[in-house]
Design a protein around this ligand. Structure first.
Ligand code: NAP
Length: 456
């Protein structure tokens, strides 16, 4: 496995990076561990906060430089890359500002004497991260944990090495001491070695179910805590009293943002009968407007997928769905005349329970459309999934929306919107979508020692 930066738009290899050897890995582990013990855990919240706030400021001063690297390596539209850089800065600032309050000691009231719970850092953490939001994914893990006094080591996805290095440099430039944030270009075997290493205290992974299962099993053998942020197949429920134009607008952003390569993308469109034809007509018309092109060009509305392999997998899923009885309403094929891996915006209908597509995650611009009789059928279908990440409900009756939201077995439900991420909102799922939370106050509590101090 090598770390290679390839521009998905034209297939040009931009740069290749060597994996580190055993001696280099040992040196980095030692540096991280020393940094934790002797430097970072000793710092005050104000000192750590200054580093994170400076990193946020640098992202805001030079957004173009950071955003262009995202687009070059994984192909998303440049305005969306700029949005990711801004969100990453906001997360850094959020934890710089609020971490001390989130981790404030809690005074207890025992029958006699004194007792309190303090939150102390646990040590060196290891994160395995995906390519689809190359900075945001790292920041969600690094920002809260650095503020908590832990240090972090990250194995990023092998197709975004320049973003991985850019983030490491950003932290250095912001004043993080050597070893507080470490990028690791390592093989999967070395991932196992790192998890086994006694200096690593816990592991976080964002990625596929397959990778999550492997990494969590290894951590489990070592009795180390994990958090897993895995795949999703979010339901997008439209009830008969929904604002149709609003629903269609969010259906488009929910399915098409990041070329559909998001864990919380809207993937299963579940529409009650009374609204189904009208929704489908408008949704289809809006999808047909997307124009492929260079993601660096601000006129382009449809970006390539991240790699040829990603397109091949997605086309294979569409073929499997059709073989299983699904109908292609629009799209279903690669876009000809483009060098890069472009997928036509696609709607699949007539997907029954036995169709393989029924339980799969489609990581690209492919919408699965389901027509249901009423809200009960919509909830039943939404929950009939191995995943439990997010979901949306569209209705003009907010109380009805909340009642439905409570019945949906996911970590997040948005009423009258597709899913968006924000520093103050907890992010995470249940079922095969993983466990644990990132962002918000919850995200900083995962890897701290809630230590009881008792005075008798
Ligand atoms: P992936 O293959 O699981 O890759 C994610 C990370 O895991 C990469 O760094 C990858 O390294 C590493 N990895 C893969 N297999 C591994 C193994 N056996 N041992 C150790 N490390 C391993 O995920 P992907 O397919 O690129 O990303 C898409 C998936 O991530 C989708 O399912 C998506 O829904 C999910 N995702 C979830 C969230 C969330 O927050 N819930 C967010 C984004 C994406 P290499 O690149 O070197 O293979």
């Amino acid at each position: 496995m090598s770390y290679q930066s390839t521009n998905p738009y034209d297939g040009k290899v931009l740069q290749t990076f060597e994996q580190i050897d055993a001696a280099q890995l040992e040196q980095k582990l030692k540096q991280a561990s020393d940094c934790f013990e002797n430097v970072w855990r000793q710092k005050t919240f104000a000192e750590r906060s200054a580093v994170l706030a400076r990193a946020a400021a640098i992202l805001r001063e030079r957004p173009q430089e950071f955003a262009e690297l995202i687009t070059l390596e994984m192909g998303k539209l440049l305005p969306q890359s700029l949005g990711e850089v801004a969100l990453s800065a906001a997360i850094l600032d959020y934890y710089a500002e609020h971490a001390e309050r989130f981790l404030a000691p809690e005074k207890l009231t025992p029958r006699r004497g004194e007792a309190m719970v303090e939150s102390s850092p646990i040590g060196v953490l290891f994160g395995v991260e995906p390519w689809n939001y190359p900075y945001y994914q790292i920041v969600r893990f690094a920002a809260p944990n650095l503020m908590a006094g832990n240090v972090v080591m990250v194995k990023h996805a092998s197709n975004v090495p320049q973003c991985a290095l850019a983030f490491e440099r950003l932290m250095q430039e912001a004043g993080a001491p050597a070893g507080a944030y470490t990028n690791l270009f390592i093989s999967k075997d070395q991932v196992s070695q790192v998890i086994d290493d006694a200096r690593i205290r816990a592991v976080a992974l964002t990625g596929s179910e397959a990778a999550g299962a492997v990494v969590a099993a290894r951590a489990g053998q070592n009795l180390k805590k994990t958090t897993l942020e895995l795949g999703g197949s979010d339901a997008f429920i439209v009830l008969e009293d929904a604002d149709l134009d609003k629903a269609v607008k969010h259906a488009i952003s929910g399915r098409m943002s990041n070329s559909g390569q998001a864990c919380t993308a809207s993937k299963r469109f579940i529409v009650v009968d009374a609204m189904a034809d009208r929704f489908l007509e408008k949704f289809q018309a809006a999808l047909e407007k997307f124009q492929p092109g260079d993601p660096m060009d601000k006129q382009t509305t449809l970006a390539p997928l991240s790699s040829k392999e990603a397109l091949k997998n997605l086309l294979g899923q569409v073929d499997g769905a059709v073989a299983g009885g699904a109908r292609v309403l629009i799209g279903g094929k690669r876009i000809d005349g483009q060098a890069g891996p472009f997928m036509q915006p696609t709607i699949l209908t007539d997907i029954d329970k036995n169709n393989p597509a029924y339980k799969q995650e489609f990581f690209g611009p492919v919408a699965l459309f389901f027509r249901v009789a009423d809200e009960d059928a919509a909830v039943a279908l939404a929950n009939d999934s191995p995943f439990g990440l997010g979901g949306s409900v569209f209705t003009q009756d907010i109380e009805r929306g909340k009642r439905l939201a409570r019945r949906i077995d996911t970590g997040m439900v948005f009423i009258n919107s597709d899913l968006t991420s924000s520093p103050e909102l907890p992010f995470g799922g249940v079922k095969n979508s993983g466990y644990g939370r990132e962002l918000s106050g919850a995200g900083i509590q995962e890897f701290v020692n809630k230590k009881l101090i008792r005075v008798s």
